[in-house]
Design a protein around this ligand. Structure first.
Ligand SMILES: *Cc1c(COP(=O)(O)O)cnc(C)c1O
Length: 374
């Protein structure tokens, strides 16, 4: 039975026969001379790295399914960024098809689309950063993939399940719906993974770069129905995951390490909430947005440049001013308690300076008044 999902796939992708790696063709060999590898290692490491990677991604995918308590087909990729690229390539024809994003959101959806000659449509978030469901549903007619991000970067909020199911119900037969859950560990009960069974056009992408703290390892995941996955797998390169990453990932997904991650996440949430409360005390901050992530988005009152204020003290944050919907906004990642204290100290110093300037302006006017008196 073909579904609308099949109809999204470019012919070139449908025709692809996945690349056969030397290892898979090799069978039960004894002496392996078929992949132009060096037979013995020159590099002291245990285990050695002279052979192409084993088919470890399957082991990783199994470990990740266990972590998610799901049976949904899962593949490991090199970061969520590769997941975005693979999905666009598998379901959009260059110079013809479109994706839909809900700005402000993660920049890679549009970047990958641009790189592949796919047009990006936008259904901007509403003022409270919620989805405009009716508009999304309308524009989804024109798009092959709708990219949603929950919790969203850089706004920090979660898409309520009722909004997500509405989008899913009303995009059947129109487009895939990809939910980027890079920050899901900070609000795990809101995950869409359990909806994949009911909605075969739903795709979830994940990463170990955020809560798991493994950004340098480059590991992400795609979870989706078998129908979606058959096309994505065609595009997966033969040895996607370096052995050194695989080893670390398998360890990170052990029960013991997952427990460590959960504990660290709880601690980070505590630091975040305290930091947010402290930010609200400053007069020059107009709004501190609620966050379901490991960052805080704030809006400064106009006339203040907190990004530059912090930079002068060597603290690097993300200026969001370029986004029309995020004028005067700064995004601050949550680090250690010490680092957040540094931010607060820097802003307190700025506030004191502002106060002194006001006072000195006041003083300058005093003598004039006195003169007038005389
Ligand atoms: C950080 C981030 C990613 C990238 O994850 P990698 O696995 O490091 O490629 C993807 N999506 C969102 C929303 C992110 O914030």
């Amino acid at each position: 039975m073909t579904s609308f999902i099949d109809s999204l796939v470019p012919q070139a992708v449908k025709k692809l026969i996945p690349y056969q790696s030397a290892r898979r063709i090799g069978g039960d060999g004894r002496v392996w001379l078929n992949a132009n590898e060096l037979e013995s290692t020159l590099f002291e490491a245990e285990p050695s790295y002279n052979r192409y990677p084993d088919f470890l991604p399957q082991d990783i995918a199994k470990a990740y399914q266990r972590y998610c308590a799901t049976e949904a087909p899962t593949i490991a990729v090199r970061g969520a960024d590769e997941a975005i690229d693979l999905l666009i390539r598998a379901f959009c024809k260059p110079d013809q098809d479109k994706i839909l994003i809900c700005s402000p959101t993660y920049a890679m959806y549009e970047f990958c689309a641009d790189a592949l000659a796919i047009e990006t449509l936008d259904s901007p978030l509403q003022e409270d950063f919620s989805l405009n469901v009716a508009d999304i549903v309308k524009k989804a007619e024109l798009a092959n993939i709708v990219f949603l991000c929950s919790p969203n970067n850089p706004t920090g909020n979660v898409i309520p399940k009722s909004d997500l199911t509405q989008v899913l119900e009303r995009t059947v037969g129109k487009s895939l719906v990809v939910v980027d859950e890079a920050y899901i560990e900070f609000e795990p009960q809101t995950s869409a993974v359990s909806l994949i069974e009911r909605y075969p056009h739903l795709v979830v992408i994940r990463t170990l770069s955020k809560a798991f703290g493994l950004a340098a390892v480059r590991c992400g995941f795609i979870l989706a129905s078998p129908n979606v996955m058959q096309y994505v797998s065609k595009l997966i390169p033969p040895y996607p995951m370096p052995d050194c990453s695989s080893q670390i990932v398998l360890e990170a997904l052990s029960n013991e390490r997952v427990a460590v991650m959960k504990q660290a996440t709880a601690k980070l949430v505590e630091i975040r909430n305290q930091f947010a409360a402290e930010l609200m005390q400053f007069d020059f901050i107009e709004h501190v947005y609620p966050s379901s992530t490991n960052f805080i988005l704030l809006r400064q009152k106009s006339g203040h440049e907190l990004f530059s204020v912090l930079m002068k003290d060597g603290i690097v944050t993300r200026n969001q001013n370029h986004e029309p919907a995020l004028r005067n906004c700064v995004r601050i990642s949550i680090g250690s308690q010490e680092s957040m204290l540094e931010v607060i100290t820097s802003l307190t110093r700025y506030q004191t300076e502002l106060g002194q300037n006001q006072q000195s302006q006041h003083k300058e006017t005093q003598p004039q008044l006195d003169k007038n008196h005389i």
